[in-house]
Design a protein around this ligand. Structure first.
Ligand SMILES: Nc1ncnc2c1ncn2[C@@H]1O[C@H](COP(=O)(O)OP(=O)(O)OP(=O)(O)O)[C@@H](O)[C@H]1O
Ligand SMILES: O=P(O)(O)OC[C@H]1O[C@H](OP(=O)(O)OP(=O)(O)O)[C@H](O)[C@@H]1O
Ligand SMILES: O=C(O)c1cccnc1
Ligand SMILES: [Mg+2]
Length: 552
């Protein structure tokens, strides 16, 4: 497929309105849970405001029965820190809303609060990430770091889930098939729709039908047309104009006349009687072709191939090449093969070789399993338009990212749970990814920040965080330190990648994962380990904090 592949197409960067380039207006300090603000008051009252806290933001399980997650949403988190400030009207609202008796100085304190004293470390956006390895680590005064929790979680959770979902669709579709996000109408509201468009592009989609997303994020916007366009015509008599200028000669010609002539001949070639195809559909296609002679892409139902081919040949007479068809019902494998076969026949019979290359778009409730099944059956689809299952992440609607206190004033904190899965990894930690000689990621290793980093060629003991007997020596061929300081002293400290670069990063990062971690059915879990030192530290602290029961 070339770049003309689908009707409309725009990269919207140059149209970005500087004033509106900032984050979505709903992302602001009050976009949080009330309990963060009530806790903030209680911290303030008990003079804990400036206690130095470290929080980890991480997830416990990979989504979609998979064994990897794509980390996304970091840039939005940084923009949020950059603009963190309670406005006068926010303060007025809080005064009315919080319980009575809150001291006025607290509101003054809130009015002056910024994220200047916070330091944020993170894995690069677009990188594959794994359960329990914090994707973001935040240090700073307890009150502000606590106040950031909900907003950071809402910015990371759906973004990462969506990017992961999109990356999975990309993996099953293969790299040569185009993927378009068509989900705005089915998304979780306008904001969910915009995020879905943005992060499905990050995860590997090629474009979106969402025009505002195109404008805001510089994502290619693409599209075909809906059934309504076809059904709005019932006969050729309704055509107000049939004339189209020949692309080369500039002479006006009757496109309908050309189409009707081709339709007669085509009905023999394709073995479809002209009575079987609707006149209203023909009229709709002619009128659409007159509107977009260089971008003619038509929605066909079972009978539509005859009319489409007739109009495409008519356009050819006038010097234009049609783009293709969209199939939106029925057996997509069968119909796509039927369509490709028809195009090949027409290409040969009418000496129009480009007909072989017409694009076949398929849509209609497509999900990962449908694509896998279509691949097994064999199909001729060049492009999938995917809405509902992609944007609602129907197979798993939430990624359970959490935000946990792991250190306060230099003292580690552990949250115990009956459920070992939910016990937190205490203390301020570093994270490393260890690679094998063939470039594959072998294991992620968490250590105490005070430990020296693992070194290339040197044996390092990697332990399962909770199961004593599970351990392995690893001799890394390459060691990647996963955290970078992204925010410190009130400034973003890294050159932020463009959306395009994050999108490339996703594919590069996925390549470092072995295929068995990425397969759709029963993938092998990727190992996440702790150093021996961190293992002992966790377990000592666990024992110190676990109450000793009494039997009587
Ligand atoms: N060859 C195929 N193999 C597996 N699944 C398919 C195949 N072709 C289509 N599908 C899927 O089967 C489902 C068919 O849904 P449904 O029966 O509602 O569609 P339809 O009746 O053909 O079309 P409409 O949406 O117009 O009612 C869709 O989810 C579609 O993606
Ligand atoms: O199927 P999805 O993956 O959600 O993709 C988007 C759907 O949106 C359109 O359908 P429309 O809104 O016209 O409704 P329909 O389901 O009746 O076709 C389009 O024809 C796709 O079928
Ligand atoms: O452009 C399309 O074909 C499209 C857009 C949104 C939803 N369904 C289809
Ligand atoms: Mg549909």
């Amino acid at each position: 497929m070339n770049d003309r592949e689908l009707g409309c197409n725009s990269g919207g960067g140059q149209f970005m309105d500087r004033g509106r380039m900032n984050q979505n207006g709903v992302v602001q300090p009050l976009l949080t849970d009330l309990y963060q603000i009530t806790m903030a008051y209680a911290y303030w009252k008990s003079d804990k405001t400036d206690d130095q806290a470290v929080f980890d933001l991480f997830f416990r399980n990979n989504p979609f029965h998979g064994e990897f997650t794509i980390f996304a949403g970091l840039e939005e988190c940084l923009k949020f820190l950059d603009s963190f400030h309670y406005s006068q009207s926010d303060i007025e609202y809080l005064k009315q809303t919080l319980p009575e008796g809150i001291e006025n100085e607290f509101f003054e304190y809130l009015g002056n609060l910024t994220a200047r004293d916070v330091t944020l470390y993170a894995i690069d956006e677009g990188t594959v990430a794994f359960p329990r390895v914090p994707i973001i680590k935040i240090e700073g005064p307890l009150i502000i770091v606590q106040l950031l929790e909900t907003t950071l979680l809402t910015l990371v959770n759906y973004a990462s889930l969506m990017a992961t979902n999109a990356a999975r669709y990309r993996m099953v579709a293969g790299k040569h098939v185009k993927l378009l996000e068509f989900g705005l109408r089915r998304a979780q509201g306008p904001d969910g729709g915009l995020s879905a468009s943005k992060y499905s592009y990050t995860g590997g989609f090629d474009g979106t039908s969402n025009v505002l997303a195109g404008k805001l994020f510089n994502i290619p916007v693409k599209g075909t047309h809906a059934h309504a366009y076809i059904t709005s015509f019932s006969s050729v008599g309704e055509l107000k104009t049939r004339l189209l200028k020949h692309k080369q000669t500039g002479i006006m010609e009757d496109l309908l006349e050309h189409a009707i002539r081709h339709r007669q001949m085509l009905s023999h070639v394709l073995d479809v009687s002209t009575e079987e195809s609707s006149e209203g559909e023909l009229a709709a296609m002619v009128s659409y072709a007159i509107a977009f002679p260089d971008g003619f892409m038509a929605l066909v139902d079972t009978s539509g191939l005859l009319n489409f081919s007739a109009v495409a040949l008519a356009l050819n007479d006038l010097g234009y090449h049609a783009l293709g068809i969209r199939i939106d019902s029925g057996d997509l494998a069968y119909l796509s093969c039927l369509a490709r076969e028809a195009f090949e026949k027409v290409a040969e019979r009418f000496k129009v070789p480009w007909f072989n290359k017409l694009t076949i778009v398929a849509s209609n409730d497509i999900n990962e399993d449908t694509i896998l099944s279509l691949n097994e059956q064999g199909h001729k689809i060049d492009c999938f338009g995917i809405g509902t299952h992609l944007v609602t992440c129907q197979r798993q609607p939430a990624l359970g990212c959490v935000y946990k206190l792991v250190e306060i004033n230099g003292q580690p904190r552990i949250k115990l749970s009956q459920d070992v899965e939910k016990v937190t990894m205490p203390g301020n930690k570093s994270a490393y990814r260890l690679y094998s000689a063939d470039g594959h990621a072998l294991i992620d290793l968490l250590q105490k920040v005070t430990e020296p980093p693992p070194a290339v060629g040197q044996k390092v003991l990697c332990r399962h965080p909770f199961q004593e007997s599970k351990r392995a020596y690893v001799i890394p061929s390459h060691v990647e330190s996963l955290y970078k300081v992204y925010w410190k002293s009130g400034k973003i400290c890294q050159q932020l990648p463009t959306l395009e670069q994050v999108r490339e990063k996703v594919q590069i990062s996925l390549k470092t994962l072995r295929n068995d971690h990425k397969r759709t059915l029963n993938p092998t879990p990727y190992k996440v380990a702790v150093s021996d030192n961190l293992y002992n530290f966790i377990h000592d602290l666990w024992l110190q904090n676990a109450p000793i029961g009494e039997l009587s």
